[in-house]
Design a binder for this molecule. Structure first.
Ligand code: TXA
Ligand code: MG
Length: 346
């Protein structure tokens, strides 16, 4: 049975779930990025239940969440100076840092790697849960593997009800996309997954930072195990379009409707292209990021079989993360302009 706890003013209602988590139970929790599916990171059996509940491939490592820097010594071998600076600048917040793992973290958490991903989330419910449980909390995004991540408690209930012990409802997630995953174990810090902390912001602290090659070129094998899987996909076929392709999109959708498709549009302006279902995800990239996963899930509920999503017009900040998730959700399908020019991946 799954117990759902709505957290309003009195945050102490999460303490019951914290106690259960410490004893091996699964607890879905809100973070500022997306909802997570949490378990005691030191308990191998609890970790195996995360993989089962999500249907997650065993070779995809989990992020370990902490509420205080004191907990780091149980998770990582050491903290290099540059990593310390990042923690001071961005924690609590949407930055996951990859460091050498401690002996105490079981290898099932890291999928056999000798590195571990660690982050301190910013959401008060997540911080209280970790603090009160007294253990580092391993948590992947709280969705069935392959589906869009969950940014509202209702999404978590849809995917994981009956499979987890607690769902903590802390409202809608503020960022809406997962954290930036940054590998600090190599000579030059490398972004393995773009997210809530931008390349520009990281450069201000570190100087040199690069995107790992597979983010720029889809023929490269990704360094982060999770980035090789098809992800975030709605049930209908999804194609990305540039907003200035207006009339061609309208024609594409009209043809699809004639062929019997139920067509949906995710837009960031006010064009509806004559679609059956239209969701305006907001004019700026931050709002689009907050709404993307919810909009993809809504398209499933509406029964859209063919969906086009307008790419954001701006660049920098959250945009590389937004485009990365959109491209993955669309399996790389992008409608190009007349010259056939390719959309920048990041
Ligand atoms: O915002 C987030 O990061 C959310 C919330 C819940 O914190 N969590 C999340 O977890 O997105 P998940 O499991 O869906 O994604 C974790 C990503 C995967 O791509 C995984 O392969 C990568 O981090 N990862 C974890 N440990 C790693 C490691 N040691 N080396 C390389 N990549 C790693
Ligand atoms: Mg995920």
């Amino acid at each position: 049975m799954t117990k759902i706890i709505r957290v309003l003013e009195d945050i102490s209602v999460v303490d019951e779930a914290a106690e259960a988590l410490a004893k091996g139970k699964l607890v879905a929790l809100p973070t500022e990025t997306v909802y997570g599916l949490g378990a005691n990171a030191l308990d191998e059996e609890a970790i195996s239940h995360i993989f089962l509940a999500k249907g997650r491939p065993q070779d995809n490592p989990l992020i370990v969440h902490i509420s205080h820097k004191d907990m780091l010594k149980r998770v990582v071998k050491s903290v290099p100076e540059a990593a310390e600076k990042l923690m001071d600048a961005f924690w609590p917040g949407p930055l996951t840092i990859i460091l050498e793992k401690s002996d105490e973290i079981p290898t099932c958490v890291t999928a056999g790697l000798d590195t571990v991903a660690v982050r301190m989330p910013r959401h008060p419910v997540a911080l209280r849960l970790i603090e009160k449980s007294g253990v580092p909390v391993a948590a992947p995004s709280a969705n069935i593997s392959g589906r869009p991540s969950t940014t509202r408690a209702a999404h978590v209930i849809e995917d994981l009800s009956g499979k987890v012990d607690y769902i903590l409802d802390g409202g809608a997630c503020q960022v809406g996309l997962e954290s930036t995953v940054l590998d600090m174990t190599g000579a030059v810090p490398q972004i393995l997954r773009p997210g809530g902390v931008s390349l520009e912001a990281l450069k201000q602290i570190l100087g040199k930072v690069t995107y790992e090659p597979a983010l720029k070129d889809s023929r490269e094998v990704p360094k982060s195990p999770g980035m090789k899987y098809r992800h975030y996909a709605p049930k209908g076929e999804l194609v990305l379009v540039d907003a200035d392709l207006g009339d061609r999109v309208q024609t594409l959708l009209a043809d699809s409707q004639k062929a019997g498709e139920k067509v949906g549009v995710l837009c960031c302006g006010d064009r509806d292209y004559g679609a059956d279902f239209v969701i305006n995800c907001g004019g700026d990239a931050e709002t689009y990021a907050q709404n993307l996963f919810d909009a993809l899930r809504q398209m499933d509920e509406l029964g859209a079989t063919f969906i086009v999503a307008e790419l954001p017009k701006d660049s920098g900040g959250i945009v590389p993360a937004l485009k990365n998730r959109m491209l993955k959700a669309a399996g790389g399908r992008v409608m190009t302009d007349a010259e056939g020019s390719r959309t920048e991946l990041v």
